[in-house]
Design a protein around this ligand. Structure first.
Ligand code: NAP
Length: 256
């Protein structure tokens, strides 16, 4: 059977864990050759091993998306060894949950760290792969959030909300500019997805998770696999006329 992503070379940042890992595995199942990138080299290698163990094609490389020059080096290396990238998933992201009124040093550090990964990281990686994506008339999938539209108190930092609003703005700006090159740029807005990112909240604050779920029509938390279908859709030709959009995969949270 032919997969939806045959002939594609896909890069997934933060592919060593959670949503990124699930997308990398899903893309490989659809026939893409996947470059799994993560700040944690072992985690990236483990995802690539899971793919090749299932007879998929994958490579892994260590990449901290905050390191702009390293992003360029990795893009050059992938272009030379695997071929030109046609799908980029900007998934690497972090969260810290201090309120703006918390300890000053903590708030400043949260702001710097979150912006460095969630927003500057998306810029760094996208810019590094820009020429390859233009050459392949490629597709960019950015991982936004419900917090691309609103602040959710699970609790959460203003930096995270700001960064995810920024990811949606970046998605729209690039869609507008790169459409003429045939490059499509979209985002996914996951709801509350069970990953290591929110392990602590889930373990320590069940009431809060319940409040969140009471506002979720589908009445359950998401699993990383719930993001894979939208990620495949936005990367393959089924979405040929879709750009500048955000697909919400949030159990309906933002709709009510
Ligand atoms: P996760 O399980 O923590 O995975 C994130 C991955 O990104 C980890 O492997 C992490 O490595 C890596 N990473 C962190 N900083 C990095 C950096 N500077 N450079 C490269 N890789 C880095 O989290 P997740 O829940 O799957 O999150 C993936 C994306 O979905 C994020 O953008 C997040 O904001 C977004 N999202 C998640 C949810 C949710 O409910 N889980 C909801 C909405 C949006 P380390 O483990 O070594 O830090």
């Amino acid at each position: 059977m032919t997969g939806l992503l045959e002939q594609h070379i896909a890069v997934v940042t933060g592919g060593g864990s959670g949503i990124g890992r699930a997308i990398a595995l899903g893309y490989a199942r659809e026939g893409a050759h996947v470059a799994v990138l993560d700040a944690d080299a072992d985690a990236a290698a483990a995802t690539a091993k899971a793919i090749t163990g299932a007879r998929g094609e994958a490579s892994s490389l260590q990449l901290d998306v905050t390191e702009r020059e390293k992003c360029r080096e990795v893009a050059t290396q992938i272009g030379a060894t695997m071929g030109k990238v046609s799908i980029l998933v900007n998934n690497a992201g972090i969260n810290r949950r201090n309120a703006f009124t918390a300890d000053r040093e903590a708030v400043i550090k949260d702001w710097q760290d979150i912006m460095a990964v969630n927003l500057n990281g998306v810029f760094n990686v996208t810019h590094a792969f820009l020429e390859q994506l233009r050459a392949t008339r490629g597709r960019i999938v950015n991982i936004g959030s419900i917090q691309s539209f609103m602040h959710v108190r699970t609790p959460n930092s203003p930096a995270y909300t700001t960064s995810k609003h920024g990811v949606l703005g970046f998605t729209r700006a690039l869609a507008a500019e790169l459409g003429k090159d045939g490059v499509r740029v979209n985002a996914i807005g996951p709801g509350f997805i069970e990953t290591p990112l929110n392990e602590k909240v889930r373990a320590t604050n069940p009431d809060l998770v319940k409040m969140f779920m009471d506002h979720t029509p589908l009445g359950r938390t998401g699993k990383p696999e719930d993001i894979v279908g939208p990620a495949i859709f936005l990367a393959c030709d089924l979405s040929a006329y879709v750009t500048g959009s955000i697909v919400m995969a949030d159990g309906g949270y933002r709709s009510i």
